[in-house]
Write a protein that binds this ligand. Structure first.
Ligand code: DX5
Ligand code: ZN
Length: 219
């Protein structure tokens, strides 16, 4: 099986967003990963609702919106209206995670939970059946271009076990520092979706780079 590829628009040229989105449309990318940072949950600010709408206007692929924000419940509807197809909220930002997941689904979007590198898999045990996608952070969220954290491989295996033991259909997405060196091992460990920001957008031939990631194959 090949992984789903979700290039992160955070690493794109923001002055040429339409061109960048069109490049992704013509590539083998499965989703467009949209990183929303609020300067409170993470120590960086990216962009918000109007830019997400602008991306949606040109996108022919589903938007995979990763909310790195405090109190995400306040903005779920706005991001859904802006065009989010998948909405991931952070475990660490949600005191009522089950309720927040139901709220995302009630809006008609797929519900994702992002977990920081230090957050144990076991904390998802009671809600795994309610989660469409776990966005496992393989860097500390806040910036593109950081170094991949090696503990991620073990964590993927443990999450895969949990998903199988509960008969859930949750997809595993890996976010941060993904490149062609670590991607095959991530897919072998059980990753279904690979986010790649700088590896795709810093490439001289991004469409080819996406194709290369997409052509990873495991049985
Ligand atoms: C990090 C973001 C990631 C990031 C990935 O906070 O959630 O999606 O854009 O970028 P790379 O692939 O450059 O690590
Ligand atoms: Zn992300």
């Amino acid at each position: 099986m090949s992984p789903l590829i979700a290039p992160s628009i955070l690493a794109a040229d923001f002055a040429n967003l339409q061109k960048e989105v069109e490049m992704l449309n013509s590539s083998q990318a499965d989703f467009i990963h949209v990183d929303i940072m609020d300067g409170a949950f993470v120590p960086n600010i990216s962009f918000g609702i109007p830019v997400t709408q602008a991306i949606k206007k040109h996108a022919k692929k589903p938007l995979d919106v990763h909310l790195m924000i405090v109190e995400p419940d306040r903005y779920l509807e706005a991001f859904r209206d802006a065009g989010a197809d998948i909405i991931s909220i952070h475990y660490e930002a949600c005191p009522h995670l089950h309720r927040s997941l139901q709220a995302i689904k009630a809006l008609g979007a797929k519900a994702g939970v992002a977990i920081n590198p230090h957050t144990p898999i076991d904390l998802l045990k009671e809600v795994i059946q309610d989660i469409d996608l776990v966005c496992m952070m393989s860097v500390n969220p806040g910036f593109g271009g950081q170094k991949f954290i090696e503990n991620t491989y073990d964590k993927i295996s443990r999450l895969k076990e949990l998903i199988l033991s509960k008969g859930a259909e949750t997809k595993i997405e890996i976010d941060g520092g993904v490149n062609i060196q670590n991607a095959p091992k991530l897919v072998t460990a059980g990753a279904d979706v690979l986010v790649a920001g700088s590896f795709v957008f810093n490439s001289p031939r991004p469409i080819e780079t996406i194709k290369e990631l997409k052509s990873i194959y495991t049985v």
